[in-house]
Design a protein around this ligand. Structure first.
Ligand SMILES: *Cc1c(COP(=O)(O)O)cnc(C)c1O
Length: 393
């Protein structure tokens, strides 16, 4: 008998046939270099836990203490009774870490984009957006109702061309780019983008989700990496990647943060991160402010792993960061590659359309400071084995 939901079965079937169905693994251990998945111990090449902080004893301890003192729930949205001193401390500490005027804590990086872009852009305005920007930026732009004009990926000539052609027809404008592009691991030319923003007096926003804890001095992010302190109006960040916890952050000019406290809808209408989350985030900042050791180890690991993969014969596209895309081409091949890796004890996810363009499917290896050299060597052996078996190298 047919029903009004049949179309969903058909769509799911079509995803499966195209090799685009997400098979989600269930993990029963903490995040780290190794994971317990479905009864097996496997090497973890999938998480954004760049610095190994997700299960760091100092963060765990801070979270436990916060639970003892504050309990587990924030109680309400922040403007009613959900702002506690941990949120305020986290915001102050984040602002200091990133050397910005002010910062705002939100529930996630996704929510940070959903809060910020519609608060700063309206129907009469235009957004110049890198073609490969993250889905949460794209959704934030759509929510704003502004006109979205894409420019070619990381291409300032294209950016300036679309600005010249369109700027005069709109009330105000904004340039938005990812800092580190999460699927390719390349870095936006933010110094050059800033020059264009300055020339045309346009608001500049960068999403530093994969840059915080990775780029810049001691992981201070892309603005530090390019020495652009005070020049980028607003930065989006997440506490769920290098910081190892969960939550979003907006950092930048004080007037923007003040405006978001009044007009950022996810801030106004959705509850904050919990006290243990906030306390763990503060502990992560403590660690990063004290030592560059974890960030240094992350880069050392990434350099070693990428050099060895290249030597074996793999193509890692345009990555210049610890994000290591192993380019394979068609989605079914990437999925089979991922399954074969899992069989030999390595957990590395295949990524295909629509997350990356058709025909550009890949295995994305995420290197972490948590990996020991022996872990990386085990991973390299697995890539050599599976690559030969499937005729890729
Ligand atoms: C991961 C990511 C986000 C989302 O962060 P969450 O805190 O997981 O919601 C937003 N923007 C970019 C560029 C990201 O890579």
């Amino acid at each position: 008998m047919s029903t009004h939901l049949d179309w969903l079965q058909d769509e799911l079937q079509a995803l499966g046939d195209a090799g685009l169905y997400n098979n989600i693994r269930t993990i029963s251990s903490p995040q780290g270099a190794w994971l317990q998945i479905e009864g097996r111990r496997v090497l973890n090449f999938c998480s954004n836990n760049y610095l190994g902080l997700a299960n760091h004893p100092r963060l765990v301890e801070a979270a436990k203490k916060a639970i003892d003192h504050y309990g587990v729930g924030p109680g309400a949205v922040r403007i009613i009774s959900g702002t506690n001193d941990l949120h305020i401390e986290l915001e102050k500490r984040m602002a200091r870490f990133k050397a910005v005027e002010a910062a705002l804590s939100l529930q996630s990086g996704f929510q940070a984009n959903a809060a910020t872009i519609p608060a700063l852009v309206g129907k009469e305005d235009v957004i110049f957006s890198d073609r490969l920007n993250h889905a949460s930026i794209i959704d934030g732009c759509r929510l704003s109702g502004g006109k979205i004009i894409p420019y070619d990926h990381c291409d300032v000539v294209s950016l300036e061309a679309v600005i010249k052609e369109n700027l005069a027809q709109f009330r105000r404008a904004m340039i938005i780019t990812d800092g580190v592009f999460s699927m390719d691991g390349d870095v936006a030319p933010l110094d050059k983008i800033y020059e264009v923003a300055k020339k045309y007096d346009i608001l500049l926003m960068v999403d530093d989700a994969h840059g915080e804890g990775v780029l810049g001095k001691g992981g201070r992010g892309i603005v530090d990496h390019f020495g652009l302190h005070g020049k980028v109006d607003v930065e989006i960040g997440t506490m769920s990647k290098a910081f190892g916890v969960v939550g979003g952050v907006v950092a930048g000019k004080a007037v923007i943060i003040e405006w978001l406290r009044q007009r950022g809808r996810p801030f106004l209408f959705s509850s904050a991160v919990t006290p243990p989350d906030a306390a763990a985030c503060i502990a992560a900042i403590d660690i990063l402010e004290t030592s560059t050791e974890l960030v240094d180890r992350l880069w050392e690991n990434a350099r070693y792993f990428k050099a060895e993969l290249k030597r074996i014969g793999y193509d890692m596209g345009v990555s210049t960061t610890p994000i290591t895309p192993v380019m394979l081409g068609e989605a079914p091949l990437a999925q089979q590659f991922s399954r074969e890796l899992f069989e030999v004890g390595v957990f590395a996810m295949a990524t295909g359309f629509p997350i990356v363009p058709l025909g550009k499917a890949r295995i994305r290896v995420m290197i972490s400071a948590a990996h020991a050299k022996e872990d990386l060597d085990k991973g390299l052996d697995a890539f050599a084995l599976v690559g030969k078996k499937l005729g890729v190298i």
